[in-house]
Design a protein around this ligand. Structure first.
Ligand SMILES: Cc1cc2nc3c(=O)[nH]c(=O)nc-3n(C[C@H](O)[C@H](O)[C@H](O)COP(=O)(O)O)c2cc1C
Length: 394
């Protein structure tokens, strides 16, 4: 299972793994793939610590960092969300744009599910609340701060951006550091724009994927993007969690695969036991496209929370980055309340996940996932080879 990308990154297999968990990133890189750390939820200081830890655990092997610099978000055209000279991004201007009616409605949902208020000792241990404004890295300024940190680490060989191509100066800066740039897309026109912007690798992500996702399925999207941006290499993403699916992606013209959901249930993942249990139990149809997380369509595990945002009394979701901001304290409260077994709050707990969730049924190590990919890939290619042999014997 070797392609040009293996030589480019000095990796054994062209399996790229997105995860917010440093242990998964290191484990995949150590198993011969390329682990990519999602920076979104980390402050620049936290990201620095995570990358230092990865450096110490991968013995000089390459890894990547993923940021989110959306092409569009509320207030971007007015200059909101840019970092100031000290790197700070003003969250207050976004807070002022959040309607009181949405806050009140969220409170009624939390009451229905018996989610208590936060006690005054709340901290950021849940990663989404307390002193956190909920702005995360979902603005251009936030993404830039992450990139400054990432480029200080020699092991970082790939920068990836979601929701659009990164700005031109960022691409140039990455190239000056000898770092390749990839960008996710779910549409052919966007892939062409990314190529023109100087992106080195396009991640063609079908609607099956967990997280922000478009409307076109991988089977149709991938060959269309491969043809539209050739000879730029393309990674197939969305619905790939096995060697058979990787073989299909390579058959459609991809130079490798970009995976996310499959890493949520591995042994090294920091996914909570409750969520792991829910993911093991879920079927493909339980991964629904919803704006309730961030304001843009994202595929998430169906929960009481996603269903509430579909109700008639719901005032509607807000544009990015306001939606996550208005929900962030609620998410902290839900996470805390759900720690107690048997609470109604547990019905609200979920996670972005793709349609492959139906196949995630047991906890294995990250290295085993990579080895299973390789075994199944070989079996698939041999099976296809037999169809040629049989045909030529006729
Ligand atoms: C829990 C979760 C969080 C995600 N967050 C991000 C993110 O912050 N940035 C990003 O570029 N992609 C994100 N994605 C999308 C993945 O990078 C990847 O494209 C997707 O998971 C591939 O499809 P799959 O889920 O079918 O493997 C996320 C996916 C999941 C499952």
């Amino acid at each position: 299972m070797r392609t040009d990308l293996c030589d480019l990154f000095k990796i054994d297999v062209p399996i790229f793994a997105f995860s917010h968990c440093r242990d998964v990133v290191a484990a995949v890189t150590n198993a011969g793939g390329l682990g990519v750390l999602g920076a979104l939820a980390f402050s620049p200081e936290q990201l620095e610590l995570e990358l230092r830890w990865i450096d110490e655990h991968v013995d000089g092997k390459p890894y990547g960092v993923d940021t989110v610099m959306p092409m569009s978000y509320e207030g971007k055209e007015r200059g909101l969300g840019k970092a100031d000279e000290s790197g700070g991004v003003d969250a207050g201007v976004f807070q002022d744009l959040i309607p009181q009616a949405t806050k009140d409605w969220i409170e009624t949902v939390l009451e229905e599910y018996e989610v208590p208020q936060l006690s005054s000792d709340v901290d950021d241990a849940d990663g989404v609340g307390g002193g956190n404004t909920g702005l995360l890295g979902w603005t251009e300024g936030g993404g830039r701060n992450h990139i400054d940190v990432a480029l200080r680490h020699e092991g970082v060989k790939l920068l990836v951006n979601a929701l659009g191509p990164p700005p031109k100066d960022i691409i140039d800066l990455a190239h000056e550091h000898g770092v390749k740039v990839a960008a996710l897309t779910g549409a052919v026109e966007h892939a062409q724009r990314q190529k023109q912007a100087g992106v080195d690798i396009i991640v063609a992500q079908g609607t099956e994927a967990g997280g922000h996702t478009g409307e076109v399925g991988s089977m149709v999207l991938l060959p269309d993007i491969v043809d539209a941006v050739a000879p730029t290499p393309v990674l197939g993403a969305g619905g790939i969690a096995s060697g058979r699916q990787a073989a299909a992606a390579l058959a459609l013209g991809a130079s490798g695969v970009w995976t996310g959901s499959v890493w949520l249930t591995v042994r090294e993942a920091d996914t909570s036991p409750l969520v792991k249990e829910k993911l093991f139990a879920a079927r493909s149809r339980d991964a629904v496209r919803s704006r309730s997380l961030s304001g843009k369509p994202a595929r998430l595990l169906r929960t009481g929370w996603t269903e509430a945002w579909e109700r008639e009394d719901c005032p509607g979701t807000l544009p990015m980055p306001l939606q996550y901001m208005v929900c962030s304290e609620a998410q902290t409260r839900i996470t805390r309340a759900a720690r107690k077994a048997g609470t109604k709050a547990q019905e609200l707990v979920g996670m972005p996940v793709g349609q492959v969730v139906g196949r995630l049924n047991a906890e294995v190590s990250s290295a085993d996932v990579i080895y299973q990919f390789m075994d199944e890939f070989i079996e698939s290619v041999e099976r296809l080879q037999q169809t040629l042999d049989t045909a030529s014997e006729r």
